[in-house]
Ligand binder design. Structure first.
Ligand SMILES: NC(=O)c1ccc[n+]([C@@H]2O[C@H](COP(=O)([O-])OP(=O)(O)OC[C@H]3O[C@@H](n4cnc5c(N)ncnc54)[C@H](OP(=O)(O)O)[C@@H]3O)[C@@H](O)[C@H]2O)c1
Length: 310
C-alpha cells in the first residue's frame, strides 16, 4: 500500500501532540476526488483542535490528519464525480479535517477550480477565511448601504475580507485592531479603527446594526451595549454566545459551510485586484507543527500557508 506524509494528531495536547508521520494514501470514495496537495492554509482552528478545545463539538477518532483547507491538483476521481478530471487545479475547504497530507480525499462539491493565474499558496489562503467572512457578514440578514457594522479582529484572516465585503455593500465600517494595523484596515475600506489595547470601542461607537465578533470572550461581552434596537451580533469565535445573549438581544453563533461557487467568485476577484488577500508566510511542510504553534502564541500579521514542495 502506498504511503504518504501527513501531519497527524496523535493525542490532544501541546505542540508535540501533532507529528509528521507516514499514513496510507487515501482512495476517492463516491462523490470524492483525491487531491495532490500543493499548499494548505494554517488556521486558528488547528491548535484549538490539537489542544482538545472543540473535542465535545467535534469528537475525533485519533490519530487523525489535521488541516481544513487546501489547494492542489486532482489525482484521482471517485464514482459519480463529473465536475473534475485528473489534472484540474482545485481549492477548497475539507468540510472536516485532512488537508495536511500529500494526498487528501475531498468531497468534490466542496472544491472550486482555481483561476489560471493564481498560485497554489494564494489559493490555499482563501477557502476558510474569505468564505467565512462573506457568510458571517450576511448571516443575520441582508446587508445594505448605510448600515453601521462593527468588525472585531478586523486585521485578522476573516476580518480583512469582512471589511472589504462590508465596504462593498455600502456599510459604514467600524473596526477594532492594533494601531500597528490601522493603515491596513483603513486601506481595505474601514471608516474607523479603534485600538483594542489602548481604547474602549464601547466609548466610541454606538447604534451598531451588526457586530461581527471574530474575537470572542470579553470583546463579545462588551459588545451588547453598542447595538442599535434591532442590531445583532454574529460570533465566529464564541459558541457561548448562545447562552450569554441578554434577553431581548439578538446573538447568533456562526458555523462556516463549504460554498464552492462563492469561493470561485472570491478567487476571481482576488486575481483581478478587486479584493485583497494577505499571505505573509509560506512555510515548508516540516515547519508545520511550529507554524501551528506560532498561530497560537504570536500576533498574526496575515495568513500562513504551508507549501509541500518547498
Ligand atoms: N465558526 C466558524 O465557522 C469559524 C470559521 C473560521 C474562523 N473561526 C474563528 O473565528 C476567529 C477569527 O478567525 P481568524 O482566522 O480571522 O483569526 P486571526 O487571523 O487570528 O485574526 C484574529 C484577529 O483578532 C485580533 N485580536 C486579538 N484580540 C483582539 C481584541 N481583543 N480585539 C480586537 N481584535 C483582536 C488579532 O490581532 P493580533 O494579531 O494583534 O493578536 C487578529 O488580527 C477565530 O476564533 C477562529 O477560530 C470560526
Amino acid at each position: 500500500m502506498k504511503k504518504i506524509r501527513a501531519l497527524q494528531l496523535m493525542q490532544y495536547g501541546g505542540p508535540d501532540a501533532a507529528r509528521i508521520s507516514l499514513i496510507e494514501a487515501p482512495v476517492a470514495g463516491a462523490g470524492q476526488v483525491v487531491v495532490r496537495v500543493h499548499a494548505a492554509g494554517v488556521n486558528g482552528l488547528d491548535w484549538k483542535v490539537r489542544e482538545g478545545y472543540v473535542r465535545d463539538a467535534f469528537p475525533l477518532a485519533l490519530p487523525t490528519v489535521l488541516g481544513i483547507e487546501l489547494a492542489g491538483v486532482v489525482e484521482q476521481v471517485g464514482p459519480g464525480v463529473t465536475r473534475f478530471t485528473k489534472g484540474d487545479r482545485v481549492m477548497g475547504p475539507l468540510g472536516g479535517l485532512g488537508a495536511y497530507a500529500e494526498l487528501a480525499a475531498v468531497d468534490a462539491a466542496n472544491l472550486a477550480p482555481m483561476p489560471a493565474s493564481m498560485s497554489f499558496t494564494d489559493a490555499a489562503a482563501l477557502p476558510v477565511a474569505a468564505v467565512s467572512a462573506w457568510q458571517s457578514l450576511h448571516f443575520a440578514g441582508p446587508v445594505h448601504a448605510g448600515q453601521r457594522i462593527l468588525i472585531h479582529g478586523a486585521a485578522g484572516g476573516l476580518g480583512g475580507f469582512a471589511v472589504q465585503f462590508a465596504r462593498r455593500a455600502g456599510a459604514k465600517v467600524f473596526t477594532t485592531a492594533l494601531t500597528r494595523d490601522f493603515d491596513y484596515v483603513l486601506g481595505l475600506g474601514a471608516d474607523h479603527a479603534i485600538d483594542y489595547q489602548t481604547g474602549q470601542f464601547e466609548a466610541v461607537v454606538s447604534n451598531i446594526d451588526l457586530v461581527l465578533d471574530y474575537v470572542g470572550a470579553d470583546t463579545l461581552a462588551r459588545s451588547w451595549q453598542v447595538l442599535s434596537a434591532n442590531g445583532a451580533i454574529v460570533s465566529t469565535a464564541s459558541p457561548a454566545i448562545l447562552q450569554s445573549t441578554p434577553a431581548g438581544s439578538r446573538g447568533l453563533w456562526f458555523m462556516s459551510k463549504p460554498d464552492a461557487e462563492r469561493l470561485q467568485e472570491i478567487a476571481v476577484d482576488v486575481t483581478h485586484g478587486r479584493l485583497q488577500s494577505r499571505v505573509d508566510a509560506v512555510v515548508p511542510f516540516d515547519d508545520l507543527p511550529a507554524a501551528i504553534e506560532r498561530n497560537r502564541t504570536r500576533p498574526q500579521l496575515g495568513k500562513t500557508v504551508v507549501a509541500f514542495s518547498l
